[in-house]
Design a protein around this ligand. Structure first.
Ligand SMILES: C[S@@+](CC[C@H](N)C(=O)[O-])C[C@H]1O[C@@H](n2cnc3c(N)ncnc32)[C@H](O)[C@@H]1O
Length: 217
């Protein structure tokens, strides 16, 4: 059984070597997260996104996709995967919203045609699950059609106009020049008090991470 799995599914190293958009994925926005939810996670075993969550050591990762087999393989590939749901992503997100679930980081990586519905009809749902940052795939054509310049300032004005000023457009980088796909990162605005606390806690967190690495060597 194990031999079969190894023969058919990629290893973590395979996925890492095939990782996409190496400079476009917003590593700084996901670093330090303790929990992450990846919706639409499985077609390429996470080479677009989950492999980066694994790389920065997110300890609890939840995956949602309709591809059950790939999800099972990913749970074997990534030690941080602690929960998987082989169901419709919108239904799972809605259910988790009702359950008041929250994740430091939420990633949504639908196919191109799903990108606009995610940030329009389903914005409130994915936003409700986001404690810190939400990283989502967007298409330049969709923004162009809506008359939104594909710049951080353009996206921020659009967010503000839609009543989503609780988010800052923090990241926007082209991930595929062939189809105009971007990674967009939206982060919750923090109060002055939160920012001060984060600055005070930073040295302790870094120390903790160094220790954890030493233990695992
Ligand atoms: C762009 S691919 C995701 C690639 C993935 N992030 C990776 O790095 O391997 C889009 C994914 O959306 C999934 N998908 C499409 N419709 C879905 C739905 N309604 N609910 C959950 N997953 C869906 C597909 O199975 C596919 O894996």
């Amino acid at each position: 059984m194990t031999d079969d799995l190894e023969a058919v599914y990629p290893t973590r190293e395979d996925v890492w070597n095939a990782r996409s958009a190496r400079t476009a994925f917003p590593i700084p926005l996901v670093e330090g997260a303790r929990t992450a939810a990846s919706f639409f996670s499985a077609a390429f075993y996470g080479r677009n996104d989950v492999v980066y969550l694994d790389e920065v050591g997110v300890p609890h990762i939840m995956l949602v996709d309709i591809k059950a087999e790939q999800l099972a393989a990913m749970a074997a590939i990534y030690p941080g995967v602690t929960e998987t749901h082989a169901e419709d992503a919108f239904a799972v997100a809605e259910r988790m919203r009702r359950e008041n679930r929250g994740f430091d980081v939420v990633i949504t990586d639908p196919w191109a045609e799903g990108a606009w519905p995610v940030v329009t009809q389903h914005f409130a749902t994915f936003a409700a699950l986001t404690r810190r940052c939400w990283v989502t795939g967007v298409m330049a054509d969709d923004f162009a059609e809506a008359g939104v310049p594909v710049t951080l300032e353009g996206v921020q004005s659009w967010l503000d106009a839609q009543g989503h000023s609780e988010f800052v457009a923090a990241w926007l980088k082209l991930r595929n020049s062939a189809n105009g796909a971007y990674w967009l990162g939206l982060c919750r605005r923090r109060s002055r008090r939160d920012r001060m606390l984060a600055r005070l806690l930073r040295p302790a967190k870094l120390l903790g991470r160094t220790r954890a690495k030493e233990v695992s060597r």
